[in-house]
Write a protein that binds this ligand. Structure first.
Ligand code: NAI
Length: 339
């Protein structure tokens, strides 16, 4: 079966995912596109061979759409995801699932009422080969219990529109999701402290930030978010256990020796760093929809948890560095918990 996908939001990542679905992944075709910018929807649809539809609700209701991809602005996600659940259609929602914990819970409740998982959230790092190798090593137990995690998330620069809360909401949210999954543990508190600020930032921005998370098992995670580091897009992650450690590999790159130096290049762009992860994410999602099975990627619950934890980090930042306990509901059995 070829999965007919309808795309809500034909902006930067929407267009990249349309390319992925049409040129990289087999078994999918994009049949419908909508955007509040009707001109953009028409242009992208014409290029893709899809139909441009007026609204997200029209797209979800279309008989030519088997599954929905939501790549519109964050505050609009909840409405589209709830529409898809009401129509009983699988829906892949780019992060965030919703911008408030309340909206995330509405989605969780709607999906539970439906009785089967329909929602997958776009946390692509779980599909990155390096993180998957780390997960395999940790699952064997050969490192003993994890104790500490050291992470860094660095971007060369950010635009002026990037503000201090986005360090948690848009940047650290990827570590928050992937570490919950890697450790198979929940984050219970967040603290954000700000060292000396780089002079190479817009004046309104607190950069860098150091985030410290604690999990329910007592693991301490330190994460440096530094979005004006100048030199490249650099993701580091090291889990220290009782009997050893496991470290995320840097992307493969040729070694260059010249002018009395030996080195490798550093990627500049997150799209290049996680290109393979995005491809695998969509390959696996399309395969699950085609097979009529429930998605196994990040769930609506994971989307809820990420929003609750980023809220705690933002509250800590705004309080000047207090430790903030996350305000998370007990995890329902439907999502692998006990409640
Ligand atoms: P963008 O601004 O380039 O594109 C968003 C598009 O959605 C625009 O064309 C806009 O007109 C349209 N839109 C907004 N509200 C709409 C609505 N209600 N119905 C239909 N169309 C609507 O933004 P970008 O960078 O593509 O981001 C989109 C989403 O993807 C965001 O939630 C962002 O956080 C997420 N994202 C995730 C990434 C990841 O690493 N997983 C990377 C980049 C973005």
């Amino acid at each position: 079966m070829t999965v007919r996908v309808g795309v809500i939001g034909a902006g930067m990542i929407g267009q990249d995912h349309i390319r992925r679905l049409t040129e990289v992944v087999t078994g999918a075709t994009v049949t419908a596109v909508t955007d509040i910018d009707a001109g953009r929807a028409a242009e992208v649809a014409a290029r893709t061979g899809a139909t441009a539809l007026p609204t997200g609700a029209d797209l979800v209701a279309s008989p030519d759409v088997d599954a929905v991809l939501v790549t519109s602005w964050g505050p609009t996600h909840a409405e589209h995801v709830l529409n898809a659940i009401a129509a009983g259609k699988p829906v892949f929602c780019e992060k965030p699932l919703a911008t408030t914990a309340e909206d995330c819970l509405r989605i969780v409740e709607a999906e539970r009422a439906h009785g089967l998982r329909l929602v997958q959230v776009g946390f692509m790092r779980r599909f990155d080969p390096g993180y998957r190798q780390m997960k395999e090593v940790l699952s064997t137990g050969s490192l003993g219990a994890p104790l500490i995690v050291h992470c860094a998330h660095r971007n060369p620069t950010v635009p002026e529109s990037y503000h201090s809360a986005m360090a948690a909401q848009d940047t650290a949210v990827h570590e928050i999701d992937v570490l919950r999954w890697l450790l198979d543990d929940e984050i219970v508190s967040a603290q954000v402290v700000t060292p000396r600020a780089t002079s190479k930032r817009f004046a309104h921005l607190k950069d860098p930030q150091i985030m410290i998370f604690e999990t329910s098992a007592g693991v301490r995670i330190d994460l440096e978010v530094f979005v004006n580091c100048q030199y490249g897009y650099d993701i580091q992650c090291e889990v220290v256990g009782e009997d050893g450690l496991v470290r995320l590999p840097d992307p493969a790159a040729v070694g260059i020796r010249t002018a009395a130096r030996h080195g490798t290049g550093v990627l500049q762009d997150w799209k290049d760093r996680f290109a393979e992860a995005f491809d695998t994410e969509f390959r696996e999602w399309v395969a699950s929809v085609a097979a009529g099975t429930q998605p196994t990627g990040p769930s609506a619950w994971d989307g809820y948890a990420a929003t609750v934890i980023t809220d705690a980090a933002v509250r800590s930042l705004e309080s000047g560095g207090e430790t903030v306990t996350t305000d998370m509901k007990p995890r329902p059995a439907f999502y692998g918990g006990t409640a």
